[in-house]
Design a protein around this ligand. Structure first.
Ligand code: TYD
Ligand code: MG
Length: 455
């Protein structure tokens, strides 16, 4: 094959290039580029428009469409992340690090949807049926009406599904699937794409919901879930810190519900337990108010969630002080430090800065800016914020505080958890903020002056 030149594909993001390099230009990952043999490339001999196609029926945009019928399970946290239950014919990707608990979550989910009346098939390409059965036994799901299969051959799996006609199929994992019509190793970008394409087509064709499990891989030896993100309707990531018992299922894309929705679980010996009140959980380890600790009233998806921002500021002999962040964006921290220095005259040169979101939570809202600034100042001044106070607000480069969405919901959640005061930007729609003393401020310098008496 003279024309079928080599193609190089990034196993993290699926970007293709014509030459190898150590680092992917598209996603910046190192050592993820692999050679894939491509089918004879080059332009097709005839353009598609030249031959006769079938005409496709078109409908008005205004055409009323009934909302998709959903099935709710007994796992409310899972239903919430799916946008209020499982939609028939949807393709769902569940990504996460190996060992984070994906198989456990999906086995529990499969049992819950089976109990809700769906026909459920669970195909494991990684474990033998006996192993899955043992896991089910341990989770107390020994009698769940879930059909198990241990197989990696996609042709056989699809044939089985075509006769079984399930309502829900779990494929654990997409990287172990093998399509025999594709000349590439299991786990390669080409195989993972082909398998995901076959399975999502099956979902649309038969109206079955298909869940694909995808391991996140750092080494780039097998293709990561990002390679198939664009093919599916819903992308969920299962996250958590290894040392913590909390696990968060986060919707990063959902054609059938809000993105950014989270479901919170706690790992136990008997599987994942749902956490109905995450704020209480994230704040449970908080002791008496200490310098550097600030409670942020955040919103995750449709739900308010309070969490604790912890900062530590310490002198360093190093010329390049450390900036270490866990659970928040490092670039955003640099910005806050720059604004504190430029607009409030508070330098952090010669000081190491550590920032941590307690409980293994990851926060991405800009509304956390003010809470982070407060934690940094509190740590630097070695003085705790007034007790039982929550903080939220976005900081602009000018040092102004910008109001954020859902101020009222944040305040209500804070009050529910026993907080009595809040500091927020001026101009937020606080609505009925009874029971909580709200202090509104227009800029960061005012905040510094009022709370820390400096500026
Ligand atoms: P597993 O579901 O196999 O992870 P993944 O499929 O993402 O690789 O879980 C990993 C291990 O953690 C497994 O040995 C079971 C254990 N585990 C618990 O004991 N309790 C739990 O609640 C969870 C989620 C996992
Ligand atoms: Mg697994």
């Amino acid at each position: 094959m003279a024309r079928s030149s080599a193609v190089f594909v990034c196993s993290a993001c699926g970007n293709t290039t014509s030459k190898w390099s150590g680092r992917c230009e598209a996603c910046g990952e190192w050592n993820t580029i692999q050679e894939e043999r491509a089918a004879a490339a080059g332009p097709p001999s005839k353009t598609l428009g030249a031959s006769k196609g079938r005409s496709v029926p078109l409908t008005d945009l205004g055409h009323a469409e009934a909302p998709p019928p959903r099935t709710a399970s007994a796992m409310a946290e899972l239903d919430r992340v799916l946008g209020g239950g499982l939609v028939p014919g949807s393709a769902i990707l569940v990504g996460g690090d190996p060992g984070i608990g994906k198989s456990t979550l999906l086995l529990q989910g499969a049992a819950a949807f089976a109990a809700a009346g769906l026909r459920v098939v669970y195909i494991s390409g990684e474990e033998a049926s006996a192993q899955v059965r043992m896991r089910a036994e341990r989770l107390g799901l020994g009698n769940a009406a879930v059909q198990l299969g241990a197989e990696t051959n996609l042709r056989d799996i699809l044939a089985t599904l075509d006769t079984e006609r399930p309502d829900l199929v779990v494929i654990d994992s997409i990287q172990t699937m093998w399509a025999d019509n594709v000349d590439s190793a299991p786990g390669s970008v080409t195989q993972v794409r082909a398998a995901a394409h076959e399975l999502t087509s099956f979902a649309k064709r038969r109206g079955a919901a298909v869940v694909l499990v995808g391991h996140v891989t750092k080494e780039g030896q097998i293709a990561g879930p990002r390679v198939v993100e664009h093919m599916v309707d819903t992308v969920l990531y299962f996250e958590g810190e290894r040392g913590h018992q909390f696990r968060i299922l986060r919707a990063v894309k959902n054609r059938f519900g809000p993105a950014d929705e989270i479901g919170v679980f706690e790992m136990t010996g008997a599987g994942l337990a749902e956490v109905a009140n995450p704020s209480a959980l994230f704040l449970s380890e908080r002791g008496t108010p200490a310098p550097g600790s600030v409670v942020f009233a955040g919103i995750e998806g449709t739900r308010p969630v309070l969490c604790e921002m912890q900062a530590l500021v310490a002198p360093t002999p190093q010329a390049q002080p450390r900036r270490t962040v866990v659970g928040w964006d490092g670039g955003r921290l640099a910005m806050i430090l720059a604004v504190l220095e430029a607009r409030c005259g508070i330098p952090f040169a010669g000081l190491d800065v550590y920032l941590n979101v307690a409980g293994g939570m990851k926060v991405s809202e800009p509304a956390a800016d003010l809470a982070v600034a407060a934690a940094l100042l509190s740590a630097r001044e070695d003085s705790a914020l007034p007790a039982e106070t929550v903080v939220f607000g976005e900081i602009s480069l000018s040092g102004a505080l910008r109001p954020v969405a859902q101020t009222e919901n944040r305040l209500k959640e804070a009050r529910k958890l026993g907080f009595t005061a809040a500091i927020a930007p001026r101009g937020g729609k606080s609505g009925d903020a009874a029971g909580i003393a709200l202090t509104e401020m227009g800029d960061l310098a005012a905040f510094v002056g009022e709370i820390f008496g400096a500026g």
